[in-house]
Design a protein around this ligand. Structure first.
Ligand code: FAD
Length: 598
C-alpha cells in the first residue's frame, strides 16, 4: 500500500523562510492578523484530513469508479467518498479562503493552495469535487449579480452545494467559439437552456442536495464565434425565493466517461433539456467571466500534478531504500545484505531527485503565484495589485503546463524506480501516472497554454510582463552576483535571463513573418520559460539555505535543499539549451511534411 506524509516542513520553509508570507500579509488589511502559528496549525490539521481521510480512499476509488443509474440520472461515487466529503464540510475546509461576507474564513489563497496540494497528493479524483466548487465560487463572486451571490455563494462556501464548469461539447473543446448550447430569454429575467455538454468533472454525485452548474451557451442573437458566448448559472434543483429547493431542473447526467485515470471523479455527459438558468455577467461576455474560473482551475491543475509528484516521490524513495538488487558500481554498500538497496545506483538517484526537484520547484512556484493572487486581490496599493495580477497572468500557463509536464516525467520516473512492481496495481504507482495524464490535457491542453504564454502573454504585450519577471531575476543576480557560494545557482539564471530576451525577439520576428513559427516554437518556449522561473526559485531557496548554514543552523533540511538545487541546475535546467535549439529549428520541418503525413 502506498504511503503519504504531508510535506509540512517544506511548506513552512517556502511560506515562512523564502517568501515570508506573514510579512506580506501584514500589508493586506484582510490578512494582516494571519500569523505563522495559525497557518502552521491549519496546515497540520489539513494534512491530517488529507492523509487520514482522503488518502485511504485513493486506490479503492480508482478500482470502484462511479456508477450511473440511467433511470434516475443519479450518480454514486465510490464508497467512502460521500462520507469523506461530509467530514470535509464539517471541518469547514470549503470555506477556508472564502469571503467572510458569505460565510468564509477569509484566510489567504496561499494557505488554501497548500491545503489543496495535500488533498491532491492524497486523492486527486476526490479533490476535484470540492475543487470545482471553489472555481464556481470564484466566478460567481467576480461576476454574479447580488441576487446570484446571495443565493449561491453561502451554499458553495459552506460546501452544502457543489459547483461545476460546463464548457465542452462533443464537437468543441479547445475551440469554444463553436459551441451550440442555446439560451432563450423567457421574459422574466430567466433563460431556457438546451444543449449537450460532455466531460463535465464532478458533473453529478450524491454528496450534496444541489449542484450549481456554470454553463456556457449562446443567446439567440449572439454573434458567431467566441464573441457570442454567455455564461449562465443553472442549478440542478431550482432555488425558491426563500432559499429552499424547488423543482428539478432538466439538466441531467446521461452518461459517465470510462477513462484512463481519476476514476473516482464523475466525468459526466450532461443533457440540458430546457433547463432554467440566469445570466452571469454581461451577454456575450461569458468567456471573459468564465476565465475567472478557468484561471483558478489552471493553477489548480498545476497543483494536482504537484500533489501527485510529491506522493509518487515519497513512495519511490521509501521503495528505493528497501528494495535490494545488484551491488553498487563503486563497491558493496550493504555488507550484511545479499545485495545493495537500489538507492545506491546513480540512475535510481537521478529518478528520485528529478521527482524531488520537480515537487519542490512546483511548491515554491505555487506559493509564489498564490501570494501574487492575494496581493492582486487585497493589497492596498493599486500598482502592487496591477503588477501582481500581470505576473500571475504570465505565470498561469507555466504553472498549468510546465508543472503538469514535469508531473508526467516525475510520476513515470517514480514508477520506473519500482521496476516491474511499478506496473502492478497494488503498489499504487501506475495510478499516479494515469491520474496525472489528464492534467496535461484538460483546462486547455498544454499546447494551448504554450500558445497563450508566447502569443498573448509575451509577444502580445511586446514582452512587457516578461521583462517584469526578468527584473526580479536581475535583482537576485545583483544581490548575489558577487557571492561565490551562490555562483552555481546565480550564473545559470543570469545567463538564461540574458538569452531569453534575444530568443523571444527572434521567435517574435519570425512569427511576424509567418504565424506558424509561433506555433512551432511555443511548447519549447514554455519549457524554457518554466526553467527560468524554477531556476529563479531554486536560487532563492538556495540563498536561504546557505544563509542558515552560514549562521550555524545544523538542520539537515538545508543541506538537502542545497543538494536538490545543485541537482536541478546540473541535470534538469540544462535542457533549456536543447529546447532553444529545437524552437529555433522553426516551422518548415513541420509544415513542409505533407508527404510524410500523407
Ligand atoms: C477527464 C476529463 C475531465 C474534463 N473536465 C471538464 C470540465 O469539468 N468541464 C469542461 O467544460 N471540460 C472538461 N474537460 C474537457 C477538456 O477541457 C477538453 O478535453 C480539452 O480542453 C481539450 O479539448 P478536446 O478534447 O475537444 O480536444 P481538441 O480541442 O479537439 O484538441 C485536440 C488536439 O488538437 C490540439 N489543438 C487544438 N487547437 C489547436 C491549436 N490552435 N494549436 C495547436 N494545437 C491545437 C490540442 O492541443 C489537442 O492536442 C474534461 C476532459 C476530460 C478528459
Amino acid at each position: 500500500m502506498p504511503i503519504y506524509t504531508p510535506p509540512l516542513r517544506d511548506m513552512q520553509f517556502v511560506l515562512h523562510e523564502v517568501f515570508k508570507v506573514t510579512d506580506e500579509f501584514k500589508a493586506m488589511p484582510a490578512h494582516a492578523e494571519v500569523d505563522a502559528d495559525t497557518i502552521n496549525a491549519v496546515l497540520e490539521e489539513a494534512g491530517k484530513f488529507a492523509a487520514g481521510v482522503a488518502f485511504p480512499l485513493n486506490i479503492s476509488g480508482d478500482t470502484e469508479g462511479c456508477k450511473l443509474d440511467t433511470a434516475t440520472h443519479e450518480v454514486t461515487p465510490p464508497k467512502g467518498f460521500k462520507e469523506a466529503y461530509r467530514q470535509y464540510v464539517e471541518g469547514g475546509w470549503p470555506a477556508l479562503s472564502c469571503d467572510p461576507e458569505y460565510g468564509g474564513q477569509g484566510l489567504p489563497h496561499t494557505v488554501n493552495q497548500c491545503l489543496y496540494e495535500m488533498l491532491n497528493s492524497a486523492n486527486q479524483a476526490w479533490t476535484m469535487y470540492p475543487g470545482l466548487s471553489h472555481g464556481a465560487y470564484e466566478a460567481l463572486l467576480a461576476h454574479g449579480t447580488d441576487e446570484q451571490k446571495k443565493t449561491y455563494l453561502p451554499k458553495l462556501v459552506s460546501g452544502e452545494w457543489t459547483g461545476t464548469m460546463c464548457l465542452t461539447e462533443p464537437h468543441c473543446g479547445t475551440d469554444l467559439g463553436m459551441l451550440r448550447t442555446k439560451a432563450e430569454p423567457q421574459g422574466d429575467g430567466t433563460y431556457k437552456l438546451t444543449g449537450n455538454k460532455i466531460f463535465i468533472s464532478a458533473g453529478e454525485h450524491d454528496f450534496t442536495e444541489n449542484i450549481v452548474h456554470l454553463v456556457l451557451a449562446r443567446l439567440p442573437d449572439a454573434p458567431k464565434g467566441s464573441k457570442g458566448i454567455s455564461l449562465f448559472v443553472v442549478p440542478k434543483f431550482k432555488v425558491n425565493a426563500d432559499g429552499s429547493l424547488g423543482e428539478r431542473n432538466p439538466i441531467f447526467c446521461t452518461g459517465l466517461e470510462h477513462k484512463m485515470g481519476i476514476h473516482g471523479n464523475a466525468t459526466a455527459q450532461i443533457a440540458i433539456d430546457g433547463a432554467t438558468g440566469t445570466l452571469v455577467g454581461e451577454p456575450n461576455k461569458g468567456l471573459a467571466a468564465m476565465f475567472v474560473m478557468m484561471n483558478a482551475a489552471r493553477l489548480g491543475v498545476g497543483n494536482q500534478s504537484l500533489g501527485l509528484t510529491e506522493v509518487a516521490f515519497q513512495n519511490a524513495l521509501a521503495y528505493a531504500k528497501d528494495r535490494i538488487q545488484m551491488r553498487s558500481l563503486s563497491g558493496t554498500k550493504a555488507k550484511d545484505k545479499e545485495a545493495d538497496p537500489i538507492i545506491v545506483h546513480p540512475d535510481v538517484r537521478k529518478m528520485l531527485l528529478t521527482a524531488k526537484a520537480y515537487a519542490e520547484g512546483a511548491r515554491a512556484l505555487q506559493v509564489f503565484c498564490t501570494l501574487l493572487l492575494d496581493k492582486a486581490h487585497g493589497h492596498p496599493d493599486e500598482k502592487v495589485r496591477k503588477d501582481s495580477d500581470e505576473l500571475v497572468a504570465l505565470l498561469t500557463p507555466i504553472v498549468k503546463a510546465f508543472v503538469t509536464d514535469n508531473g508526467h516525467v516525475a510520476t513515470n520516473a517514480c514508477m520506473q524506480v519500482f521496476g516491474g512492481h511499478g506496473f502492478i496495481k497494488e503498489w499504487g504507482m501506475e495510478q499516479f501516472v494515469r491520474d496525472n495524464r489528464i492534467n496535461m490535457i484538460y483546462e486547455g491542453t498544454n499546447t494551448i497554454q504554450s500558445l497563450d504564454l508566447l502569443g498573448r502573454k509575451v509577444l502580445g504585450n511586446n514582452g512587457a510582463t516578461l521583462k517584469k519577471f526578468g527584473k526580479l531575476v536581475g535583482q537576485l543576480v545583483a544581490e548575489e552576483g558577487v557571492n561565490e557560494k551562490m555562483a552555481e545557482f546565480i550564473n545559470p539564471i543570469a545567463y538564461l535571463g540574458d538569452q531569453m530576451t534575444k530568443f523571444t525577439t527572434e521567435i517574435g520576428f519570425r512569427g511576424f513573418q509567418n504565424p506558424d513559427e509561433v506555433g512551432a516554437a511555443a511548447v519549447d518556449y514554455l519549457r524554457v520559460a518554466g526553467h527560468l522561473v524554477f531556476g529563479y526559485l531554486f536560487a532563492r531557496m538556495a540563498q536561504v539555505a546557505l544563509r542558515e548554514i552560514a549562521a550555524g543552523n545544523t538542520d539537515p533540511f538545508y543541506v538537502a535543499k542545497l543538494q536538490t538545487a545543485r541537482f536541478y541546475f546540473a541535470k534538469l535546467f540544462p535542457e533549456t539549451a536543447t529546447l532553444m535549439r529545437t524552437a529555433r529549428a522553426g516551422s518548415k520541418v513541420l509544415m513542409d511534411t505533407d508527404a510524410a503525413l500523407a
